[in-house]
Each structure stands twice: as structure tokens, then as C-alpha cells.
Design a protein around this ligand. Structure first.
Ligand code: DOR
Ligand code: ZN
Length: 357
């Protein structure tokens, strides 16, 4: 029998998809992300959304104001994203790139998820913007679900591939696209079949869980996110591609805070909070299939390469040590935030940056 790996030292990771929210929420979310990640793509679905470069610059400042003052945390770099609306122009794209602050544009089909009401209703109204992004090399990040009421919630990702994404790629073959938080084997297969311009992020919850975890034995609101968890066979394929080392797949936690009472609710919000310990969750997933040797590619290499950014130069160490996920964290207005896997045990502990064994 081969010996179990006990420690793992890898290049410091980035999170290519996170929701930090705004104002007082940043007091909770920013220290958490800065303790785990060197950089993070900060989603723009605020109220109101981050629609202009000016908005992005101001939001970035609010994030930076909440980074803890120690020298390690201070290395954290928020990467900003514009929220695509049908009013965005090619000149706005040029300005965004020139700012040096904006690293992508996010497509939310209107009504697809939290704060997506200002998103895109008719994608054909964005043609000039996509052409500009294609020529300038600015990635489009896609929430890949159709939103029609008559389409079953479990089919919405597949329908998006067939009805939207396939056509978008034919029209703009050089446009860099990140298919965010993929949840199906259809999405994984699709990404693999496309050129190197098409990549995907995968969340820890979609690697570790499936819809049985959400629904069997009672509804578990802390497993509810969008796109919704799918059946086990999809989970297995996601785990397979994430751990394969294929550069098209990389980390994107989609950590999305909602106060406990808004999730444990008759109309519960969508989103799983994992920012403080997401790397442990991914290690758990990779370990479950004996693929820890590919964790670093997924968490620390593939994403940076896709975005054309340098790979981090420092390291982080994980140790095999059982620890318990907190029941909750403090959140805005004396409320609490219940994380994914609250109170459960995890096998991998991440040492603070700068520590080794
Ligand atoms: O579960 C989700 N939560 N999915 C999303 O697409 C948005 C996110 C949020 O902002 O809460
Ligand atoms: Zn998200």
C-alpha cells in the first residue's frame, strides 16, 4: 500500500470567482479571502451592480480598506469585473482595460440568480461589446443558465450550452470565455471539446456534493446554490475533470455569503459560504479520488495562465489534520453567517501563509 500524503506544499492559490458583497459585509469576507488567496476575481452583482470602471475602482478601494494590516494579508489583490448590461459600449471595454483594474466582464442572464435583474435579456444587443472584448483579449465570465420559467431548473445549464453558448462561440471564436461554476457532465464535455479560449471554474460544493445532499432526509438550505447541485453522475464527472490536471479547469469557489436567517427561510437565498476554508474543501475532494498531486494545477496555476497573469511566487502548506468547521461566523448587523459544512470535520488544514512544517 502506498503511504498517505501527510503534508502538501503548493503555490499560493487564487480564487477566480468569489462574492464579497459590500460595506459592512466586507469586514467579514475580505479577511477570510485574504487569509486563503493571493488574488480573487470579485463578482459585480452588488446592489446596485458594478457597471462602470468608476464603480469597479471605487469597489476595489472599499475591498482594500478591509484587508487586515499584517504584511501577509496586504499582499491580497482584488481583481475587478464589470457587470454586463445592454448599455455597455466598446469604448467602456477599452476604458476598463486601460484602467488596469478590470480583468473581466460578467454575463448574468436577467433573472438567473442573486441580483441578476439588471443582467442581459437579449444577448444580441451585446454583439459590439463581445467583438471588442475578443479583439482586446478581455475574458467574458458566464453564468450559464437559461432563465425561462418553463425550463426545469436541473436542465438550465445544458439548455444554455445548446441555445446560447454554442452560438456565441461560433460568432466569436477568439473570445476568452470562462464558463463559471459548471455543474454537469454536459458542461465539462463541452468545455473539453472547445478551443483553449474556453475554460471553466468548479466550486467545492459541486465536487463534494450532489442533489441528494440537498434534498434527501429534509431540505438542507446551506447546500442550496445556483446553478443547483445535480445528480451524482454529474458530480463524478466534475471531480474527474477537476482532478485531471487539464488546464481548462480551475478553482472558483463561488463563495457567496447570505446571513443564516436568509438561508434558513421559507424562500431561502442561493449561495454557499466557503471563503475561510475553501482550500481545505478542494483538498478533501482531490484526496477522495487520490489526486492530491493535481491540486496545485487546479488551485494555483491553471487560472492564472488562462487570465494571462503571473503565477504566484510564494507557497502555502496543507497538513493532514482533522478539524471542525465553525458553526457560524459573525456577519453584518449582529447576524451570523453559516458556512458550507458547518460543524463538520475536514481532513486538511491550511497553515497560515508563510508557515511550513
Ligand atoms: O448560488 C449563487 N449565489 N449563485 C450565484 O450565481 C450568485 C450567488 C450570490 O451572489 O449569492
Ligand atoms: Zn457566483
Amino acid at each position: 500500500m502506498t503511504e498517505q500524503i501527510q503534508t502538501l506544499t503548493i503555490t499560493a492559490p487564487d480564487d477566480w470567482h468569489i462574492h464579497l458583497r459590500d460595506n459592512d459585509a466586507l469586514k467579514t469576507t475580505v479577511p477570510h479571502v485574504a487569509s486563503q488567496f493571493r488574488r480573487a476575481i470579485c463578482m459585480p452583482n452588488l446592489v446596485p451592480p458594478v457597471k462602470t470602471t468608476q464603480d469597479a475602482i471605487a469597489y476595489r478601494e472599499r475591498i482594500l480598506a478591509n484587508v487586515p494590516t499584517d504584511s501577509i494579508s496586504q499582499q491580497f489583490e482584488p481583481l475587478m469585473v464589470l457587470y454586463l448590461t445592454e448599455n455597455l459600449t466598446p469604448q467602456d471595454i477599452q476604458d476598463a482595460v486601460d484602467s488596469g483594474v478590470v480583468k473581466a466582464v460578467k454575463l448574468y442572464p436577467a433573472g438567473a440568480t442573486t441580483n441578476s435583474a439588471d443582467g442581459v435579456t437579449n444577448i444580441n444587443n451585446c454583439t459590439d461589446v463581445f467583438a471588442k472584448m475578443e479583439s482586446i483579449g478581455l475574458p467574458l465570465l458566464v453564468h450559464g443558465e437559461v432563465t425561462h420559467n418553463h425550463v426545469d431548473i436541473f436542465d438550465r445549464e445544458k439548455r444554455f450550452i445548446d441555445e446560447v453558448l454554442t452560438h456565441l462561440i461560433v460568432k466569436f471564436p477568439k473570445l476568452k470565455i470562462v464558463f463559471e461554476h459548471i455543474t454537469t457532465s454536459d458542461a465539462a464535455d463541452f468545455v473539453i471539446s472547445q478551443s483553449k479560449n474556453i475554460a471553466a471554474t468548479i466550486t467545492p460544493q459541486h465536487l463534494l456534493f450532489n442533489r441528494n445532499h440537498l434534498l434527501v432526509g429534509g431540505v438542507k438550505p446551506h447546500f442550496y446554490c445556483l446553478p443547483i447541485l445535480k445528480r451524482q453522475s454529474h458530480q463524478e464527472v466534475l471531480l474527474d475533470v477537476a482532478t485531471s490536471g487539464n488546464p481548462k479547469f480551475f478553482i472558483g469557489t463561488d463563495s457567496a455569503p447570505h446571513a443564516t436567517h436568509t438561508k434558513e427561510n421559507a424562500c431561502g437565498c442561493a449561495g454557499c459560504y466557503s471563503a475561510p476554508f475553501a482550500l481545505s474543501l478542494y483538498a478533501q475532494a482531490f484526496d477522495s479520488v487520490g489526486k492530491l498531486e493535481n491540486l496545485e494545477n487546479f488551485t494555483s496555476i491553471n487560472g492564472a495562465k488562462f487570465y494571462g497573469l503571473p503565477v504566484n511566487s510564494d507557497k502555502v502548506t496543507l497538513v493532514r489534520e482533522s478539524w471542525q468547521v465553525p458553526e457560524n461566523y459573525e456577519y453584518v448587523g449582529n447576524k451570523t453567517l453559516t458556512p458550507l459544512m458547518a460543524g463538520q470535520m475536514l481532513d486538511w488544514k491550511v497553515l497560515p501563509f508563510g508557515f511550513a512544517v
